[in-house]
Design a protein around this ligand. Structure first.
Ligand SMILES: O=C(O)C1=C[C@@H](OP(=O)(O)O)[C@@H](O)[C@H](O)C1
Ligand SMILES: C=C(OP(=O)(O)O)C(=O)O
Length: 440
């Protein structure tokens, strides 16, 4: 159904998708592909490591394909390995000397635009970074300025920009304001061990959002043998060292599991996600508490996560500062709830794939809902909704939110379904499969 995931939505052909209505309670198991955030961190570390790494069950989506292409353009060898039936299973990643000239397409992937420049600063040659039209409004200046202060030659403070490296970077201490995105910190830390003097990052400004993602960065660095000190708030220190090879299985993407779990609430059914990790740094794990607050029964056991609901959805007052990427799906549930919701701490979502606060407000209201943008979030008062066209603004999570609404609201048509390929190209297959198991 989805067209090539590797193209700017502004230029490729687009197909709108009538969201299927659930004919009854879903009762099914959904196997969710690997985590975007883990796949792209592992790829970067593997390219900077001293030996080849193997990444099993990586996510294959637009964001991860772009990351792999970026690292290949800088010289890294990435080979596909298949299982006995010939299905793609892992990536074998052989680090090679990093070099330019190279042109990197960041697409609309925050991880590519924020994680690649510190790697490019370690390459020998000029690296030009570009991306989707919509990417030009996503902030990057704190990273380009930080790299300059660490000794790199960087031209430009928004896409497109260039990084001209000489094969090494002195490193040292850098102060920046990461209140717009945790990815500024993560990107610098991922490459920091390869800087001559290592790296200390100090955040100065309003609180950094999406903190679990920084914890994830620290965790994968430690998995690769790097010494990281994160004992003090807003300060991270990475010792200069080799980066060890990784041999890892990628956890399922818990944020991408969210719309399927939401379907249990909307239809009054049950959804099981196998392989849900018991200990994880993925921000998406926060969906368990949120669905519990909304009234679902949430059970994590050795088999995975099961969410069961009688179809009543309670409104919530919740701070989503750490788990911002869950907001679109939670907002969709809030619009179908039986009491108002206040989603707070998410002003930074204005810098995501689109201005998510404006987009959610506009699209929920277009269907007859009552959503209101707050300074730092959304107020959503449930109202009966009617079908209509749902704009997705190139944002995969807007597609997921629309699909959740469409389970109950007849006639929701989702703009440009291929948008979801940013992190989940198999979304429509998984969604329609889920609805075939509607307990009837
Ligand atoms: O580092 C990462 O993998 C991510 C960090 C977060 O970004 P922000 O800190 O910009 O919210 C998150 O929203 C994004 O989906 C993935
Ligand atoms: C904000 C997101 O993505 P990105 O990695 O492009 O920032 C997201 O996936 O919700």
């Amino acid at each position: 159904m989805e067209s090539s995931p590797a193209a700017d939505p502004a230029t490729r052909s687009r197909t709108d998708w009538p969201a299927p209505v659930a004919s009854g309670p879903v009762d099914t198991t959904v196997t969710v592909p690997g985590s975007k955030s883990l796949t792209n961190r592992y790829l970067v570390l593997a390219a900077l490591a001293c030996e080849p790494s193997r990444l099993r069950l990586p996510l294959r989506s637009r964001d991860t394909t772009l990351m792999a292409a970026a690292l290949r353009a800088l010289g890294t060898e990435i080979e596909d390995e298949t299982d006995e039936s010939g299905n793609p299973e892992s990536w074998l990643i052989a680090p090679r000397p990093l070099h330019g000239p190279a042109h990197i397409d960041c697409g609309l992937a925050g991880t590519v635009m924020r994680f690649i420049p510190p790697v490019a600063a370690l390459a020998d040659g000029t690296v030009a970074l570009g991306g989707d039209t919509a990417m030009q409004r996503r902030p990057i200046a704190p990273v380009t300025q930080a790299l300059r202060s660490l000794g790199a030659d960087v031209q430009g403070d928004s896409l497109p920009f260039t990084v001209s490296g000489h094969g090494a970077l002195p490193g040292g201490t850098v102060r920046l304001d990461a209140s717009a995105s945790s990815q500024f910190v993560s990107g610098l830390l991922l490459a920091g061990a390869r800087f001559d003097d290592g790296l200390t990052v100090i955040h100065e400004g309003k609180p950094v959002p999406s903190q679990p993602h920084i914890a994830m960065t620290v965790e994968v660095l430690r998995d690769a043998g790097v010494v990281v000190d994160d004992g003090e708030a807003n300060r991270w220190h990475v010792e200069p060292s080799e980066i060890s090879a990784l041999e890892v299985d990628v956890e399922p993407d818990l944020s991408n599991a969210a719309p399927f779990l939401a379907a249990a609430l909307v239809t009054g059914g049950s959804v099981h996600i196998p392989g849900w990790p018991h200990a994880t740094t993925q921000a998406g794990d926060g969906i368990r508490d949120i669905l519990d607050m909304m009234g679902a029964s949430v059970r994590l056991d050795r088999e995975g996560l099961t969410v069961t609901s009688d179809g009543t959805i309670g409104g919530i007052d919740a701070d989503l500062h750490d788990v911002g990427e869950l907001t679109p799906v939670v907002a969709a549930l809030a619009a179908l709830a039986d009491s108002p919701s206040y989603l707070r701490g998410i002003a930074h979502l204005r810098h995501h794939e689109t201005d998510r606060l404006a987009a959610l407000t506009q699209e929920i209201n277009r269907l007859g809902g009552d959503a209101q943008e707050l300074d730092d979030g959304l107020a959503i008062r449930p109202k009966p909704l009617t079908g209509g066209f749902f704009h997705t603004y190139g944002d995969h999570r807007m597609v997921m939110a629309a699909a959740v609404l469409g389970l109950r609201v007849r006639g929701v048509v989702i703009e440009d379904i291929a948008t979801v390929g940013k992190t989940l190209p198999t979304f429509t297959q998984l969604w329609t499969q889920m609805l075939r198991h509607d307990g009837r």
